[in-house]
Design a protein around this ligand. Structure first.
Ligand code: URP
Ligand code: ZN
Ligand code: ZN
Length: 469
């Protein structure tokens, strides 16, 4: 493979911010320095006036995924292409166990679906049946398959939920073997009562999705999961945290020195529950779980990002179309037109994370550019056993690099995105900061609006021990 030189950029990592050239050979960073001399077969890219960032690491996506009666609309090909246009070069996506089947069967199925990936991908495993076989499989997945994190749900009874005993058993195995448990923390049974009562009263509009999933029940389940993890001696990662009560539980645990970690997502940082009141069923676009909350929760989340009580911003990219498209009603929000509880839960976002967090975080909420990189690349890579191959710019790391214009202002438009989904949560949202060029292991895959990557070029990344940042 030809060598690549990126000249004159401002390199920003989680710790450094300086001007230098980067020489890439065989897909890895070979040398960083000033005025690196190069010979003939080196392709040179001028990064003057641009930031050079490590490729984004998004540890929460659901591509080509069956979720109850629905199926997400992006294949690995289309979802990872959208990720690449947004400056993300590594995804950790969710494989899942099917009830009655083994974890291995779920992982094999995920590998088949992931063959079309255009950026590098790794897998978490969703565990539904915590049997003796599943617990043994968890160990094997960590030790031999490079799958070292497992998601369990205290929500979605009858679909994905496990009980506390199952959660605790899985935690013990993860903790003893260098793995980590990711928890979707909401009190599923109580929420189910509220949903059934609302539907029985004829309260079927999209806004009842939010009204039946109170922040208190996210706080309760987060607190419970942390206590179970403390007893089980395992690191814990709370996914898609949206509520101040949940953040308070994580903060309290971290103050006591526990390995409790949490992510939030751009939609919780920029949007509020008023979105559910949009006319013509448009509120359904914002039906994700947990739901959007109030401005007060949003402010708490920004504070958490500043103080490191929240460590990661991921997307929870779980795309269902608003209208029925060629991929069928199963992939459409229209399933829930008459009953909010039938709206597929999930929203797209894999392409807009970096510009949103740069604009909202660095320009508006006082985060440093280093902190921006830490939240979107370095800490997710560290927590999920990908570092230092991913998540930083250092000699020997994969040359996953993003040239980013910190000054370019532009408007997010769904029609210009690359996911198969037919909307964005951020239609018309103006941001400053734009991805200009993306390298995956030294190969240019995005150049402005031009796609230069191809399906299948993404590699499966085996991960190491989780929970250390
Ligand atoms: O609404 C959401 N978040 N859908 C994806 C599944 C999950 O809970 O992460
Ligand atoms: Zn979840
Ligand atoms: Zn999710």
């Amino acid at each position: 493979m030809d060598s690549v030189l990126i000249r004159n950029g401002r390199i920003v990592t989680a710790t450094d911010d300086y001007r230098a050239d980067i020489l890439v050979e065989d897909g890895r960073v070979r040398m960083i320095g000033r005025d690196i001399p190069v010979g003939g077969n080196v392709s040179v890219h001028d990064a003057s006036g641009l930031l050079v960032l490590p490729g984004g690491v998004d540890v929460h996506t659901h591509l080509d995924w069956d979720f109850g009666n629905s199926r997400t609309v992006d294949t690995f090909g289309t979802g990872t292409r959208a990720a690449a246009f947004g400056g993300t070069t590594t995804l950790v996506d969710f494989a899942n166990q099917t009830r009655g089947q083994s974890l291995r069967a779920g992982l094999d199925d995920w590998h088949r679906r992931a063959e079309s990936a255009c950026v590098d991908v790794a897998a978490h495993m969703i565990v539904l049946d915590v049997t003796a076989e599943a617990l043994a499989d968890m160990q094997a997945l960590i030790k031999r398959e490079g799958v070292s994190s497992f998601k369990l749900f205290t929500a979605y009874p009858g679909v994905l939920m496990v009980d506390d005993a199952a959660l605790f058993k899985a935690m013990r195995v993860a903790g003893a073997n260098g793995g980590m448990i990711c928890v979707h923390a909401e009190n599923g049974p109580v929420i189910q009562v509220l949903i059934e009562e609302a539907v029985a009263r004829g309260q079927t509009d999209a806004k009842y999705h939010a009204l039946t999933r109170p922040s208190l029940m996210e706080g309760e389940a987060t607190h419970r999961a942390i206590r179970l993890a403390e007893l089980a001696h395992t690191p814990l990662y709370v996914v898609h945290l949206s509520a101040a009560e949940a953040l308070a539980a994580v903060t309290e645990a971290r103050d006591r020195g526990l390995p409790a970690h949490a992510e939030t997502c751009p939609h919780y940082l920029f949007l509020t529950e008023e979105a559910y009141d949009r006319p013509d069923f448009e509120g359904a676009k914002y039906v994700m779980t947990p739901p959007l909350r109030t401005r007060a929760h949003q402010e708490a989340l920004w504070r958490g990002l500043r103080t490191d009580d929240l460590q990661v911003v991921s997307t929870d990219h779980c795309p269902f179309c608003f209208n029925e498209q060629p991929w069928g009603m199963r992939s459409s929000k229209q399933q829930g037109r008459r009953d909010f509880s039938k709206i597929p839960n999930g929203a797209p976002g894999v392409e807009t994370r970096l510009p949103l967090i740069f604009d909202g975080g660095v320009r508006q909420h006082g985060l440093s550019p280093n902190r921006f990189v830490e939240l979107t690349a370095t800490t997710p890579a560290k927590l999920f056993g990908l570092f230092p191959r991913k998540g930083t710019i250092a000699v020997g790391s994969d040359a996953d690099l993003v040239l980013f214009d910190a000054e370019e202002a532009w408007t997010i438009r769904g029609a210009e995105g690359h996911s198969r989904v037919d909307y964005t949560l951020f239609e018309g949202h103006r941001v400053t900061g734009r991805v200009k060029k993306v390298f995956l292991r030294g190969q240019v895959i995005v150049d402005g609006a031009q796609w230069l990557g191809k399906e299948g070029m993404g590699e499966f990344v085996r991960r190491g021990e989780c929970g250390k940042a």
